[in-house]
Design a protein around this ligand. Structure first.
Ligand SMILES: Nc1nc2c(ncn2[C@@H]2O[C@H](COP(=O)(O)OP(=O)(O)O)[C@@H](O)[C@H]2O)c(=O)[nH]1
Ligand SMILES: [Mg+2]
Length: 325
């Protein structure tokens, strides 16, 4: 607990009686829900759903959730719900998340049993978009400090863009413990491909801290198909194609050890395949390629990567009925 937080803070879950039982989020962020937090919250600041994708994060996620919950409680005047999106964890991430939920009313989770990948988990989590003014996501490892994420939220709240993304590659970024040399090289090579394929003019598509407006997400959600690490490119390109503005902001980044990303031939091929697939999604020939779907599924399976969503799976209807958290 931080020094600033008093033991009887209304932000802490009350003792066992559980008097403030949380309801589903659709009676939450925008409707003066007492279950979210009983402190008074000004309604001028936009409400926010912050997703935290998590895979085997029992060692890293606990302190990160605490830091985010406390920082936003003390520094953000709007309502916030932090939703951890877990899938297929083989460690006790869920135990750590449940302990955080016991302590902080603003934290909850969604869990999926399958190996749906980081992108797949975010596609599911982003279905919560209708429940708040803003929706964003941040990695569970704490590489982006809460203050840096709050800066993104403040900027989007001030109307600077429809989507604000943290960037480690624009002037002013503070990067401590930069990624290992090999990873940086792979990341820049990937970036080169992204620029050649999509011409977005962004310097860093892969930083795991982004926030966008509800309207932007509701519009592009059906176009979110990539379940692997190229998901961010899918999101940004879909936003730009739909006419939404994306602003890159210099961030603070403290690279953490324990990354799940292994860069080898299979991962590289997987990323390239996903970029080609995204390019095709926006080509006039896309519907002609439907018969190739089984081949695509086989390819992703061979590369040990989560396969992209089909149009049917990306069905917009589910946005009208967000999952309960
Ligand atoms: N739900 C979910 N989250 C994932 C998956 N793979 C990675 N993540 C999360 O994505 C975030 C970034 O992963 P990390 O290993 O730190 O990647 P890096 O920072 O790019 O090296 C972390 O919060 C991970 O827990 C996955 O398959 N499912
Ligand atoms: Mg990381």
């Amino acid at each position: 607990m931080s020094k600033r937080q008093t033991p009887d803070s209304a932000f802490l879950r009350p003792p066992a009686s559980g008097a403030t039982k949380r309801g589903p989020m659709d009676v939450g962020l925008n409707a003066g829900d007492a279950g979210h937090s009983r402190r008074s919250v000004t309604t001028s600041a936009p409400s926010l759903v912050l997703l935290v994708p998590a895979y085997n994060e029992e060692k890293r996620i606990g302190p990160v959730l605490a830091r985010y919950a406390e920082h936003f409680y003390h520094h953000y005047p709007g309502r916030i719900r932090i939703v951890v999106v877990l899938n297929g964890c083989r460690d006790d991430t869920i135990g750590v998340v449940r302990a955080a939920e016991q302590k902080y009313l603003s934290i909850s989770h969604l869990e999926f049993p399958g190996r749906i990948g980081k992108g797949g988990a975010l596609i599911e989590g982003l279905r919560l978009a209708p429940l708040a003014d803003l929706i964003g996501y941040v990695d569970a490892d704490g590489a982006t400090p809460p203050a840096a994420f709050l800066d993104l939220v403040t900027r989007i709240g001030a109307g600077e863009a429809d989507c604000v993304v943290a960037s480690r590659w624009v002037p002013g970024a503070k990067v401590a413990h930069a990624q290992p040399e090999k990873r940086r090289f792979a990341s820049r090579l990937f970036h080169l491909f992204v620029e050649c394929f999509f011409w977005m003019g962004l310097k860093d598509t892969q930083c795991g801290a982004k926030v966008m407006t509800r309207r932007a997400m509701e519009t592009v959600h059906p176009k979110l198909r990539l379940a692997d690490l190229a998901f961010d490119v899918n999101l940004l390109y879909s936003l730009m194609r739909a006419g939404f503005s994306v602003k890159e902001v210099a961030t603070e980044w403290n690279d953490q050890s324990g990354s799940h990303v292994v860069f080898n031939g299979k991962t590289s091929l997987n990323m390239l395949l996903s970029l080609v697939r995204l390019r095709l999604l926006y080509s006039p020939f896309y519907s002609w390629l439907r018969p190739l779907r089984p081949l695509e599924t086989w390819l992703y399976k061979s590369l040990n990567a989560p396969p992209p969503r089909s149009a049917a799976e990306a069905d917009t209807d589910t946005l009208r009925k967000p999952p309960r958290v």
